[in-house]
Design a protein around this ligand. Structure first.
Ligand code: NAI
Length: 723
């Protein structure tokens, strides 16, 4: 018999076999071909040598227990290769099942993260002991990649926890639990503090259960909580589709739907049939476009972005120890919190001690909440707060090795505050501005060391939003770019890098989404349909409500400035149809958005959002005027995608991965698309299909949908973005 390589066999003199997962040459174990072959060989050997085996411990020699499916393989599954994929999926299931039904106790000693396929291996064991290793996570996050657990994860969690808990706690949200929380929620049986304790507990289980069987293989077993065959249970079942709708907002995410189907259908048949049902639903997802998009974005692109593909090479990494945050308003307060949370000392400066203290108050509130919810300890919260020093005195900024400016959006004021501090902070301090609209190159002219000046565009609310857009001005040096990148990573956020341009990448592109929604109202489309179209396209915020949040005066201000710049440069301003709607809303009806108490929606005295303003129908809607729902959705999606291509043409964007990640994490471009350029790649018919559809939209709705030259050229060459 061939000795399996990925799964090492170690047998002691008491007959306990330890199967050590240890893919040679790989940093983590994945469900690749070598694993599949090893698993088959291991099952053969266990069956052949059964009489000398007293029990089995499954553990890993890597830092993680097992990483899950090999996404490089999964992303290549197509409808043509689906049959083959189904076969290999079933083969893995079959071999896990052979070990599960050997008649000997099998224990998973989960020494590190066990996510997806890793947790599914543990599920096939009769008992799970997890080591409480720092950062170790357990669960089935497949849904977040547009997939479902296809290694028996649906079948076994349903049988272990019952349909409702399996769906809500494990499958539909993809929650990743710490070992202790995994035990509280029934995903593992025991937790150990040391590897020795973990192995001792595994052995104790073997000693106590010489002939272990899964609960579902015992006679008379019933799924906890019942199945649809039970009328009481069936009565509750209709709640699940409603839950699903809530989760996906009606957007095209096929994974939750397939998970629900696999769980419910699988609960009504025997174990083996349930495995086949699960495999079919899995392969359908894997062969589809959404999973490809999501794997590309949330795995490959995110990894490329965070690992520094856009960071200049050769600049040694540097950590910030003490940061000056100028302006303790909404953004400054959030930035101060995020820096302090990452262990950086913060000097938070505003015009008065009171204003600065108010800014620190924001961190106090967040800390109190985190303590109350058990997410941090009082001690850690106190330490975080002690790192934030509120002040109005520039002298307190001595020794700061980075400055993040977040005062009002006024170039003269920004110049003034940098003048005030540039000689007080460390002589080589990194100088960052959190401006959302002002060109970085011009702002840099206000400081002496322009090479050290850079844009660091955070998103609101800072403590929750994972993205930071780094903007390189014309004179920004590579060293400053690398340091800004390192600072963003230090505070555990995701950095994308763009070149300076009005609105940078994110603000410019989200403007197109909003304009398109508003323009449709102007054309006479029912406003509620516009909102519905945005939600069903998968946008997290409805378009008119987002406009109200940002205020209708903001696009007017940006338009004025941009128009002036365009005309000064000798260009002509091309008005967008949204402009007339916004002007009427503000000038004729005095509706400036939520902060003004009235916008596209009505608001109560506390700013609570009421219904859409009935006046919209009276003044804008043309009853009976309808445009296809698909056009409505695609006008929003295409307007953002087309401008992103223009930003690539202009050299503002230089990385496809940055564009994809920035669009999802920064401006709510729907996750199912895999990001704004992956949406183009994955569109029906590929780039040529996208170009044809853009031309159709241009004909119906205006020249702004005319595909840019770069897109047409790539389509003609048969290329994709990122090739
Ligand atoms: P804010 O109005 O909440 O806060 C500005 C703060 O700056 C106030 O506390 C003010 O007292 C302080 N300030 C004024 N003069 C100062 C001086 N000489 N020294 C120190 N502090 C001074 O404004 P917000 O929303 O926090 O915005 C700040 C910056 O961040 C702006 O440039 C804005 O464009 C940008 N930004 C805003 C985003 C948002 O969603 N609000 C998103 C991304 C960037």
């Amino acid at each position: 018999m061939t000795e399996s390589t990925t799964i090492r066999w170690e047998q002691d003199d008491t007959g306990v076999v330890t199967l050590v997962l240890d893919d040679p040459g790989q940093s983590a174990n994945t469900m690749n071909r070598a694993f599949a072959a090893s698993l088959a060989a291991t099952a053969d050997r266990l069956e052949a040598e059964k009489d000398s085996v007293r029990g089995v411990v499954v553990t890993s020699a890597k830092k993680t227990f097992f990483a899950g499916g090999d996404l490089r393989d999964l992303i290549r599954i197509t409808p043509e290769t689906a049959g083959e994929a189904l076969e290999s999926s079933l083969a893995i299931k079959r071999n896990l099942r052979r070990i599960e039904t050997l008649g000997k106790p099998v224990v998973a000693a989960i020494n590190g993260a066990a996510l997806g396929g890793g947790y599914e291996i543990a599920l096939a064991c009769h008992h799970r002991v997890a080591l409480d290793a720092p950062g170790s996570k357990i669960g089935c996050p497949e849904v977040t990649l547009g997939l479902l657990p296809g290694g028996g994860g649906v079948v076994r969690t349903v049988r272990m926890l019952g349909i409702a808990d399996a769906l809500l706690k494990v499958l539909l949200q993809g929650t990743q639990y710490s070992p202790r929380r995994a035990r509280e929620n029934g995903l593992v049986d025991e937790v150990a503090d040391t590897p020795e304790e973990m192995l001792a507990k595994a052995r104790a289980f073997i000693d106590a259960h010489p002939e272990s069987q899964q609960p579902w293989d015992r006679p008379g077993y019933r799924i906890p909580g019942g199945t649809p065959a039970n009328p009481k249970f069936a009565a509750n079942l209709p709640a699940f589709p409603a839950n699903l709708r809530k989760q996906t907002n009606g957007a095209p995410y096929p994974a939750p739907r397939n998970i629900l189907a696999a769980a419910v259908e699988g609960s009504q048949v025997d174990f083996e049939t349930a495995q086949v049902i699960e495999a079919r639903y899995f392969v359908e997802l894997a062969a589809g476009q959404t999973a490809k998009n999501m794997i590309q974005a949330f795995f490959f692109d995110l990894q490329a972005v965070n690992s520094g593909a856009s960071r200049p090479q050769g600049v040694p990494p540097r950590q910030v120890r003490r940061v000056a945050v100028l302006g303790a308003g909404m953004m400054g307060a959030g930035i101060a919190y995020s820096c302090a949370r990452a262990g950086i000392d913060v000097v938070l400066k505003d015009v008065s001690e009171e204003a600065a203290a108010r800014g620190k108050g924001y961190s106090e509130k967040l800390c109190a909440k985190a303590v109350a919810r058990g997410r941090t300890t009082q001690e850690k919260a106190d330490a975080l707060l002690a790192r934030i020093i509120p002040t109005a005195d520039p002298a307190d900024l001595t020794g700061c090795d980075a400055v993040i400016e977040a005062v009002f959006e006024d170039p003269a004021l920004k110049h003034k505050v940098f003048q005030e501090v540039q000689h007080v902070v460390a002589p080589d301090a990194l100088l960052c501005s959190n401006t959302s609209t002002l060109p970085i190159t011009t702002l840099a002219e206000g400081v002496e060391r322009q090479a050290d000046f850079i844009g660091l565009h955070f998103f609101s609310p800072v403590d929750k939003m994972p993205l930071v857009e780094i903007i390189k001005g014309e004179r920004t040096g590579d060293e400053a770019l690398a340091r800004a990148f390192d600072l963003v990573r230090q505070i555990r956020k995701t950095p994308i890098v763009v070149n300076d341009s009005r609105g940078f990448f994110t603000s410019r592109v989200i403007g197109h989404f909003i304009n398109e929604g508003v323009a449709m109202v102007g054309e006479g489309v029912e406003p509620a349909s516009v909102e519905q179209a945005a939600a069903q396209a998968g946008y997290p915020a409805k378009v008119l409500s987002l406009m109200d949040e940002l205020t209708l005066t903001l696009p007017r201000k940006i338009r004025k400035e941009t128009r002036q710049a365009v005309e000064e440069a000798g260009g002509t301003w091309e008005a967008h149809p949204a402009e007339a709607v916004i002007d009427r809303m503000v000038d004729e009806f005095g509706r400036t958005g939520r902060s003004g108490g009235a916008g596209f929606y009505d608001y109560d005295d506390n700013g609570g959002r009421g219904p859409l303003w009935p006046g919209l129908r009276e003044h804008f809607t043309r009853p009976g005027h309808e445009i296809p729902f698909r056009d409505m959705q695609e006008r929003m999606l295409f307007s953002e995608a087309l401008d992103t291509v223009r930003l690539l043409e202009e050299g503002v964007l230089t990385s496809v991965a940055d564009a994809n990640i920035g669009s999802i994490l920064g401006i709510g471009f729907p996750g199912w698309t895999g990001g704004v350029l992956q949406y183009v790649n994955g569109y029906e018919g590929g780039l040529p299909g996208f170009v044809a559809r853009a031309r159709e939209l241009a004909e119906r709705y205006g020249d702004r949908f005319t595909p840019p030259a770069l897109l047409v050229e790539k389509a003609e060459k048969g290329e994709r973005f990122g090739d």
